[in-house]
Design a protein around this ligand. Structure first.
Ligand SMILES: [Zn+2]
Length: 523
């Protein structure tokens, strides 16, 4: 018997904080949210934010994203059903269950069990065939897969089809099916997957997800490649946070939800051919909502023409630095478009112009948007002044960006002050030794976003130790009003080094004290 939808909806409509409080969890209020210790990692400080508005709990440190029921399950180590019952009893209502036909339920369970048994016995057969057929061993050796890695991935051999079998596990580590690769070129198709069935649902499977999980968290990054053997090869070469989508170019919603709970950084490292490029485009298309909002950071690692990740590492090339230096997807798009440009073809230029505009105009963060408009116009200007100036003019009609082509324009007093206020908070957060100097100056902040952040810092300081402040603050900011997130994000994770010299501090002091009389006029 399952918990009824009515009961689940009722629990989901309740404030998360009241459910946690009823379980004896101590919450501390920070702005509109609450914080408490995280249950999902060894947390000595309050890193878990509880948002009643959004109905979730979120840990910035381990990225756990869950709801009240999930929290109660974790706290007591109990099932979903038991957690619902406990919440209902704490709040004096009855937990209702659906009248599921138990015979039907048993039948379904039996069917799943049978499917599991089938793949398990197939796997046993494939594993034992591997050592009986020299052609299979030869193929593995020709791919330079080490015996220990072949064992780790439990590769096998399907002698009837002459295929190397690569077992596929779901995100819980259960064997659910196979991908099989032909060992000679005359066997078509090259790759063959298990048929979709109740345990093998291609769109919900990511090859190597289970094993890669801890490495994805550890690296705070997930690398996507096209081929299963690319994953195996990268693993062998120490890149253990790589996965491959199972027979699709774009991750499904459930796959995204699972992976985003581990990291917000993806690197796409597809084959350097037409297929790979189209895979990148499809992938980017499917996550664009998240990337434009700044909720997911995607980078594109481009291999030299004709290579796939496997052949690249086999030749002794450094895949780590390729991944590390991968440009963001926006830079990748920009470079692709501009590389294709023929500066004598006005129609093409206009086409590229509108592509750039239509993409960049949807970037949520105004700072990032301005940055990319800037970048595009500068890149165009390097090629041909007159055309670029025309295009740049087009940009300025639709958005407000600094005039790039005709040179530096002095920022307004309000812009300077905003910059300085942000610098103050940045130094305050990242260089604790300056805090005593900056604290009195912070009383003079005038912008809503800087004042907002300063209040949160002060609240957190009462409950946090110095070194953990930044992570707790990130947790609070990540669930705050979108308007504030985009304005203060760069303060929390500066993409450039934090200025710590005395001159910077003096400048902050100058601007903040000097402009005090103009306070009312700025915003
Ligand atoms: Zn955590």
């Amino acid at each position: 018997m399952a918990v009824s939808q009515d009961t689940i909806s009722k629990i989901k409509a309740m404030p998360v904080s009241s459910i946690l409080t009823a379980c004896g969890v101590e919450l501390k209020r920070v702005g509109r949210e609450f914080v408490t210790q995280c249950l999902w990692h060894n947390d000595k400080n309050p890193s878990l934010t509880i948002s009643d508005d959004k109905g979730f709990v979120f840990c910035h440190v381990c990225q756990e994203h869950n709801d009240a029921i999930g929290y109660v399950q974790k706290k007591y180590g109990i099932t979903f059903r038991d957690a619902c019952e406990r919440i209902a009893s704490n709040h004096n209502f009855t937990c209702q269950f659906t009248d599921e036909n138990s015979e039907q339920y048993q039948q379904k369970k039996l069917e799943l069990l049978k499917l599991r048994e089938v793949v398990e016995s197939q796997q046993e057969r494939f594993r034992s065939s591997l050592k009986d057929y020299p052609e299979a061993i030869n193929f593995i050796q020709s791919r330079r897969i080490e015996p220990s890695v072949s064992r780790e991935f439990t590769l096998g051999y399907d002698a009837s089809q002459r295929r190397l079998t690569i077992p596929i596990h779901n995100h819980l580590g259960q064997l659910v099916g196979f991908t099989a690769r032909a060992i000679t070129d005359d066997i078509k198709p090259k790759y063959k997957n298990s048929e979709n069935n109740p345990i093998f649902n291609k769109s919900d499977l990511v090859f190597n997800e289970y094993k890669a999980s801890e490495f994805i968290r550890e690296n705070d990054e997930c690398v996507f490649v096209e081929g299963h053997l690319d994953v195996v090869s990268l693993w062998q070469h120490g890149v253990k946070h790589a996965v491959a989508l199972q027979g699709t170019a774009s991750p499904s919603e459930s796959v995204l939800r699972r992976l985003l709970s581990k990291t917000r950084k993806f690197v796409l490292c597809m084959d350097a051919d037409a297929g790979g490029r189209s895979a990148v485009a499809k992938f980017l298309d499917s996550v664009q909502g998240l990337t434009l909002k700044g909720e997911l950071d995607v980078k594109i690692a481009t291999l030299p023409d004709g290579y796939d990740p496997d052949s690249f590492v086999q030749e002794g090339n450094d895949i780590n630095s390729l991944i590390l230096n991968a440009p963001s997807w926006l830079d990748w798009f920009l470079a692709n478009w501009l590389n294709e440009l023929d500066f004598n073809d006005k129609l093409k230029i206009q086409n590229v112009e509108s592509q750039i505009k239509s993409l960049f105009s949807r970037i949520s963060s105004p700072a990032l948007r301005a940055h990319y408009y800037d970048k595009a116009s500068v890149r165009l200007a390097q090629n041909k002044q007159s055309v670029a100036a025309e295009i740049a003019k087009g940009f300025h009609d639709s958005v407000q960006v600094p005039e790039v082509i005709s040179g530096w324009i002095k920022p307004s007093a309000a812009d300077t002050r905003r910059m300085v206020e942000k610098r103050l908070l940045r130094i305050y957060l990242h260089i604790p030794s300056y805090r005593f100097v900056l604290e009195p100056l912070a009383e003079n902040l005038v912008f809503p976003e800087t004042i907002w952040l300063w209040k949160r810092i002060q609240e957190l300081q009462e409950i946090c130790s110095e070194d953990i402040l930044l992570n707790s603050l990130k947790a609070v900011v990540s669930v705050s009003e979108p308007a504030y997130i985009s304005k203060v994000r760069s303060i929390l994770t500066p993409s450039f080094s934090v200025e710590n010299d005395e001159l910077s501090i003096m400048h902050i002091e100058d601007i903040l004290m000097e402009d005090q009389k103009n306070k009312g006029n700025l915003n």
